[in-house]
Design a protein around this ligand. Structure first.
Ligand SMILES: CC(C)(COP(=O)(O)OP(=O)(O)OC[C@H]1O[C@@H](n2cnc3c(N)ncnc32)[C@H](O)[C@@H]1OP(=O)(O)O)[C@@H](O)C(=O)NCCC(=O)NCCS
Length: 177
């Protein structure tokens, strides 16, 4: 779907709050075998469950935004941060739902806009994320944006018959500014 609402505006992408009409597309993405490959989802997700997930992600302790292609307004992904206000820290996640929208710089710009929002508007001190060791594109992008590889949970996640390492990465506001 496309929407007129814009929360953060970039050149390639815009970020907006989610709407009820987004739920079928998100449910499609999270059930898609290829899309699930890089994410932690294993169980099937119903529209009802996805509705609850999105509601929970847009609470006082989280921000969830929809990524749209700036030129068309088309919905292409989402990103979120789960915040610990006491520690001024957030756990970040991002996905572009369709393969043809990946590797075109949309993820980079969406993250750049969102990191700026997290540090300069939400006043967070630290952004952390987890990424599978085989997700080379994501790791390249995160490192390029300044995220530091802080540790590895060895053979942490079982996927398709194998255990994979999970990398823990972090970015401090002082490193970003
Ligand atoms: C990870 C993701 C958010 C990145 O967004 P994107 O728009 O595809 O990425 P961008 O085009 O902005 O940047 C990708 C960078 O990785 C590089 N890259 C692409 N494939 C790569 C690979 N196999 N190995 C190393 N680098 C790679 C690109 O060259 C580009 O770097 P550059 O700008 O220095 O040339 C997106 O691909 C995605 O949603 N993937 C599926 C879900 C996912 O993996 N989410 C993250 C879970 S932790």
């Amino acid at each position: 779907m496309s929407s007129e609402i814009i929360f953060i505006k970039g050149k390639k992408v815009t970020l907006r709050p989610p709407e009820t009409d987004d739920i079928p597309l998100f449910t499609k993405w999270f059930n898609d075998p290829q899309t699930r490959e890089n994410l932690s989802m294993r169980r099937p997700i119903t529209m009802e469950e996805e509705t609850k997930i999105v509601e929970k992600l847009n609470s006082t302790n989280s921000v969830f935004l929809v990524i749209c292609e700036a030129a068309s307004g088309r919905t292409i992904g989402n990103l979120s941060i789960d915040i610990s206000w006491i520690n001024r820290r957030g756990m970040f996640g991002i996905m572009l739902g369709e393969r043809e929208d990946q590797n075109k710089g949309y993820g980079r710009e969406a993250m750049t806009l969102f990191i700026d929002y997290c540090f300069n508007v939400l006043n967070l001190h630290r952004i952390v994320l987890e990424v599978y060791s085989f997700n080379e594109r994501a790791i390249h992008l995160y490192k390029d944006l300044g995220f530091v590889h802080e540790g590895t949970f060895r053979q942490h996640s079982y996927k398709n018959g194998e255990f994979y390492d999970l990398l823990y990465m972090g970015l401090l506001d002082t490193e970003y500014k």
